[in-house]
Each structure stands twice: as structure tokens, then as C-alpha cells.
Design a protein around this ligand. Structure first.
Ligand SMILES: Cc1ncc(C[n+]2csc(CCOP(=O)(O)OP(=O)(O)O)c2C)c(N)n1
Ligand SMILES: CC(=O)[C@@H](O)[C@H](O)COP(=O)(O)O
Ligand SMILES: [Mg+2]
Length: 638
């Protein structure tokens, strides 16, 4: 098998014949489909770049030459061609190989990634470093048409055109982001538009020229010769050439021979070059070709039928609850509008977009713009909800602070995938939001414990006078019956859920269920723990927290967020400011990046699931007097 040969020695790809390379493409597709059907993963994007990946490794001298993937969700073939065949079955699993390129995993992974639109900037930095130290390696960035919609990509293009470093940017154009691409750039890149325009122009020119009596024929021949440059002028080449790039393409991204030849030529050119490659998302696996959005990032599926192995009939996901609830509230209030940054499916806004097309905005992969755009909407009378994955809001910190909160505008941040997300790993865990939001003045920040509280949070956010953020986890809600009337929350007010005398769990979000279960189990061991859902990280329910500090003298904070600067930190600040001195144990995400795994595995590993809480609290009480020597304990997990 060609793949096995290459696995033992990646440069062996240079010795394969064209037929063997084509067979290799089949082997790669087979392996990618087989593994993702079991593990889940980013199937459609990876299938789309199989030939491109082969061509890159065939033409370049990796790992000396640098391949910089954008987002990195399409890099499965790259992994298989660079010594990770044996471990590929562990893709996205606990202690397995990552779903994204990762420098610590392989020297072939030139740059770690997971968030989009970083490739051009990173590749340019590498090219500048190469020149500074007199190196000779080639640098190639591969960016998708969706990722190109981000401002960051254009910042990279802008500087690259100015620095004129030798580098290649490959635009992998499949006309899709996760969903079909949006925005003016998408229409500009559109194959239909460019080809229609070109054909029409050619036709018009031909009939005008051939109608001229004397020199019409000569002109027609001249025009034919000029066809290539004319085509370049009226295709996306125009855009990239304005940025100082040489534009080559479009090239069929599934024709291996042409692709290798073009890449060979392009990699010898001086200065920045943009190679435009046309690919098909999901190529080679019919269900993914037919439904690339579903197979963008998919859970385990039956590879014969393409049917997703879902837990149908279970409770709705938090994402679905959010989407349905926002629709209900939008029906009653015409000022309610929703914004997504290229993730209408992921954030549960597809139904909203159909129901209220005029009140729904997909801004592309442009989180910073999404937030400032929302600020503009709010400044002019609307009630925008910006629905983003928590991890992607990290991009827009200043926009939240400067454009929304400083002006106290009523913008809502609906932060999906708050906490540990699972298989996507450290690039995607939403475990920093409570820390990076809670110090911003005017912003209320809360984490609902279940779907009823999420509905209440949504309702509250739309009547709040200023900005409001709520974050909720990836995955299924608890399946609670939804009351007919959803009451808004009192901002800054927690709720005591369980009485106890030996200590108090102060929890929020998914931590509440874990604390309740732990308290229940500890009761059986003779320990009486109260449980409070703090709800808000800001404003804190200081009254309730101080009362518990006085009543039980032991506070156990539980959060699925970084311990640094998170909820537990906020409690400590409150206690210090008030001169209160209960014993405090903090449970949360330790000061390191958490790897991939299922959410349950990760919670267990860092010690915030119910069983781990029980064990740690039991140990605390067992230690008795010696533990009293230190007043604050960090529960850091293993
Ligand atoms: C900053 C950021 N926002 C959103 C995402 C989620 N996301 C991952 S891939 C993707 C679509 C990328 O489209 P494209 O670059 O065209 O790649 P394709 O999947 O089409 O190959 C999106 C929106 C992300 N990874 N990073
Ligand atoms: C690569 C990327 O950023 C997205 O595709 C992300 O992996 C989606 O995550 P969910 O599966 O949680 O929607
Ligand atoms: Mg794309």
C-alpha cells in the first residue's frame, strides 16, 4: 500500500508514479471516511483537499518547506502523509492525535491552528524570518474561501503585498464556509459570476469585432490572444493583484497532474503569489458531496448510508433551546435581531434566519465586525443578540469593551460552547470567557444551570438596560419540562438550591448539577453541604455569598472556566474586600491548556465532575486540622 510506504518514510511520495499517486488519493479518502465515521470529525473539508495535499507534499520538501494550514480542519490527509497513519484511529480522542495541526505533534505541522484566517499572517512571519536568517525554505499558506472573509486574512494580504516576500497563498475555493459562503467577496469569487461575465464579454466582443469590414478579423485574433489577460482582469485576479500578489488560476483542485505542475511553477516565482484552486467539499464521498454543511464537522455516522448515529429522542441541545427561545421572543418584539459569524447551524439560528430573514445577519467569519456591527444596531434602536462560540469571541475582546460596554449599549452575547467542548480540544474550549468578560464595566455575565434558566437569561438579556452575556455548554440540555411562563431573572441574584451545614458549594452553569450530585453523595457519608447556584459572575450576589460564608465557613466554588480570574477568583475578591475569612476551595480549569477528549473525560481529568468533587471534598475533611493551615486551596486536577 502506498500509504504505508509513505507512513514509514514521508519523502517516499516523491518516488510514486502518477497512477500510484491517484491510488494514494483513494487510500487517503478511504482512511479519512473510515476513521471519521467512527470518531466524528471534519470530513467534508478534508476530503476536498486530498489531491491538493498530495501535490503539496510531492512538490515541496517538507518539513523544511512550510505548509501553513488555515483553521486546520482540512489537514487529515496531511496527517496521514506525515507519519500519523498508525495513530490516526485516535483522531480527536483523549490522548490521541489532534483534529488540527499542532506543532508539538509533528515537525510537519508548521503552525498550530483551529481558529480561522491566521495562515497568511503566520506564513508571512515565517517568510520574513527565513529572509532575516538567510534561509531558503518555501512557505505556503492554504486558506479557504470562507476563512478569507475575515479581516485578519486581509491584514495579512495587505502586509504581504508590501513586504514582497517570496511566499505562496493557495486559495482553496469550494464556494462554502460551513454553510454557503456569504458576503460581497463570495459573489466576487463566485464561479458562476466570473464565468458568466467572461462568456458574455467574449460573445459581445466577438460579434462586434467580426462585424467590422476590414480589420475585424485581425482584431478578433488579437482579442483571442489577449483572452488570458482579459480573463485575469475580470476574475478574482484583480483583487489579489491590487494587493501586490501575482495571481495564478483558477486551477482544478482535483486534477493531480495539473495541480502538481502548477504548484511546481508557482513555487519558483519571486514575491507573493496567489494560486486559486477550485475544489469540491466532500469530494469522493457522495453523502458529503450532497450535504457538505452536515459533513463539515460530523459525529459518528454509518458510512454506507451517511446517516448520523445520533441519540434521537433525547433532550434538545442548549443550542436548540437558544434558537427556539430567541424566535419566541423575536415574535413579540420587532427590535430583536440576531447575528452569527458564519455559524448559523452551529449557533442554532437557521430557523430564526428563515422566520425573520430581514432580522438575521450572517457576517462571515468576522467576529470583531459582528460585535461592532451589533453595537451599531443597538445604538440605533435595535436589540441585537450576537451568537458566537465562546472561543471565537476571544477575537473580539476590544470590540466588546470599546464599542459595546464603554457605551453601555444593550447588546446581548449568546456564548455557545461555553466550557469544555470535547473533541476539538484546546483551540475550542470556551473556558476563558468568564475571566475575560467579568472585569468589563457595565457588562452582566451569567451562566445558566439548565435550559429553563437559559430561557430566563435570554428573556432577561432583552429587557436589560445594558450589555448582557450568557454562556451555555455544548451538547444536550437536561430535558426539563419547560414552564409556560418564563420569568426574567433579577440581575445579580443567585439561588440557594440545597441546605447544608458543613460547607457550601457555590456553583454556576454545568457546575451546579455536579455540585448537587456531589452534595447528595456526600450526604450519604455524613457530610452536609449546601448548594447555591450563583448564576452571575457579574454582578455577584454578594449578599448570598457572604451569608453562606458566615453560615458554613467553607465555600467550594465550581466552574467550568479557568481558575485564573474566573468565578472563584471573583468570590475571593469579594471575601477579601469584605474582610470575610471562610475556608475556600476552588474547583475549575487549571492554569494550563486542556487537551481533547469527551466532555465527561475532561471533566473527570480536571476534577470538576461529581465523583471528583466528592473525592476532593472527602479528602479535605479527612485531612481535618492540617488543611486548616492554608485558608485557600486550588483544586488543580491532575
Ligand atoms: C475565528 C473562527 N471563527 C469561526 C470558526 C468556525 N469555522 C471553522 S471552519 C469554518 C468555515 C471555513 O470555511 P473555509 O475556510 O472556506 O474552509 P472549508 O471548510 O470550506 O474548506 C468556520 C466558520 C473558526 N474556526 N474560527
Ligand atoms: C473547525 C471549527 O472551528 C468548527 O467546525 C468547529 O469544530 C465546530 O464545532 P461544533 O462541532 O461544536 O459545532
Ligand atoms: Mg470553503
Amino acid at each position: 500500500m502506498n500509504l504505508e510506504k509513505i507512513n514509514n518514510y514521508p519523502p517516499a511520495i516523491k518516488d510514486l508514479s502518477l497512477t500510484e499517486l491517484k491510488d494514494l488519493a483513494e487510500e487517503l479518502r478511504e482512511r479519512i471516511v473510515a476513521t471519521t465515521s467512527v470518531n466524528g470529525g471534519h470530513l467534508a473539508s478534508s476530503l476536498g483537499v486530498v489531491e491538493l495535499t498530495i501535490a503539496l507534499h510531492r512538490v515541496l520538501d517538507t518539513p523544511t518547506d512550510k505548509i501553513v494550514w488555515d483553521v486546520g480542519h482540512q489537514a487529515y490527509a496531511h496527517k496521514l502523509l506525515t507519519g500519523r497513519l498508525d495513530r490516526f484511529s485516535t483522531l480527536r480522542r483523549l490522548d490521541g492525535i489532534s483534529g488540527f495541526p499542532k506543532r508539538s505533534e509533528s515537525p510537519y505541522d508548521a503552525f498550530g491552528v483551529g481558529h480561522s484566517s491566521t495562515s497568511i499572517s503566520a506564513a508571512l512571519g515565517m517568510a520574513a524570518a527565513r529572509d532575516a536568517r538567510g534561509g531558503r525554505e518555501k512557505v505556503v499558506a492554504i486558506i479557504g474561501d470562507g476563512s478569507l472573509t475575515s479581516g485578519l486574512a486581509f491584514e495579512g494580504l495587505n502586509q504581504a503585498g508590501d513586504l514582497k516576500k517570496d511566499m505562496v497563498v493557495i486559495l482553496n475555493d469550494n464556494e462554502m464556509s460551513i454553510s454557503p459562503n456569504v458576503g460581497a467577496l463570495a459573489s466576487f469569487l463566485s464561479r458562476k459570476m466570473t464565468s458568466d461575465l467572461f462568456v458574455r464579454m467574449k460573445k459581445d466582443a466577438k460579434s462586434i469585432l467580426s462585424g467590422m469590414p476590414h480589420f475585424g478579423k485581425d482584431l478578433l485574433n488579437l482579442a483571442r490572444r489577449a483572452e488570458d489577460s482579459l480573463k485575469g482582469f475580470f476574475t478574482p485576479g484583480m483583487l489579489f493583484e491590487a494587493f501586490g500578489f501575482d495571481y495564478v488560476g483558477p486551477v482544478d483542485g482535483h486534477q493531480l497532474e495539473d495541480l502538481m505542475e502548477t504548484l511546481e511553477n508557482v513555487s519558483r516565482l519571486k514575491g507573493p503569489v496567489l494560486l486559486h484552486v477550485l475544489t469540491k467539499k466532500g469530494k469522493g464521498y457522495a453523502p458529503a458531496e450532497e450535504n457538505p454543511a452536515l459533513f463539515h464537522g460530523i459525529g459518528p455516522f454509518d458510512r454506507q448510508t451517511g446517516q448520523v448515529k445520533s441519540s434521537a429522542g433525547g433532550p434538545p441541545s442548549y443550542t436548540e433551546v437558544f434558537g427556539a427561545s430567541l424566535i419566541a421572543l423575536a415574535e413579540a418584539d420587532p427590535r430583536v435581531v440576531a447575528i452569527t459569524a458564519a455559524m448559523p447551524e452551529g449557533t442554532g439560528l437557521i430557523e430564526f434566519s428563515k422566520r425573520f430573514p430581514e432580522r438575521f445577519f450572517d457576517v462571515g467569519i468576522a467576529e470583531q465586525h459582528a460585535v461592532t456591527f451589533a453595537a451599531g444596531l443597538a445604538a440605533n434602536g435595535l436589540r441585537p443578540t450576537v451568537a458566537l462560540y465562546s472561543t471565537f469571541l476571544q477575537r473580539a475582546y476590544d470590540n466588546v469593551l470599546h464599542d459595546v460596554c464603554l457605551q453601555n449599549l444593550p447588546v446581548t452575547f449568546a456564548l455557545d460552547r461555553g466550557g469544555l467542548v470535547g473533541a476539538d480540544g484546546p483551540t475550542h474550549h470556551g473556558v476563558f470567557d468568564l475571566s475575560f468578560l467579568r472585569h468589563i464595566p457595565n457588562l452582566a455575565v451569567m451562566a445558566p444551570r439548565d435550559e429553563i434558566e437559559l430561557r430566563r437569561a435570554i428573556r432577561t438579556s432583552l429587557v436589560a438596560e445594558g450589555p448582557f452575556a450568557y454562556r451555555y455548554p455544548r451538547g444536550a440540555a437536561l430535558g426539563l419540562p419547560i414552564p409556560e411562563v418564563i420569568e426574567p431573572l433579577e440581575i445579580g441574584r443567585g439561588e440557594k438550591l440545597r441546605e447544608g451545614t458543613d460547607g457550601t458549594f457555590l456553583a454556576l452553569g454545568v457546575g451546579v448539577a455536579a455540585a448537587l450530585e456531589a452534595a447528595e453523595r456526600l450526604q450519604e457519608e455524613g457530610l452536609s453541604l449546601a448548594v447555591v447556584d450563583a448564576r452571575f459572575v457579574k454582578p455577584l450576589d454578594s449578599e448570598l455569598i457572604l451569608a453562606e460564608a458566615r453560615a458554613t465557613g467553607l465555600l467550594l466554588t465550581v466552574e467550568e472556566n479557568a481558575l485564573q480570574g474566573g468565578f472563584g477568583s471573583a468570590v475571593l475578591e469579594l471575601l477579601a474586600d469584605q474582610g470575610a475569612s471562610p475556608r475556600v476551595l476552588r474547583f475549575g480549569v487549571p492554569d494550563r491548556f486542556v487537551e481533547q477528549g469527551t466532555q465527561d473525560e475532561l471533566r473527570q481529568r480536571i476534577g470538576i465532575d461529581a465523583a471528583s468533587l466528592v473525592a476532593q471534598v472527602r479528602e479535605h475533611f479527612a485531612q481535618g486540622a492540617s488543611a486548616q493551615n492554608s485558608r485557600i486551596t486550588l483544586a488543580t486536577g491532575v
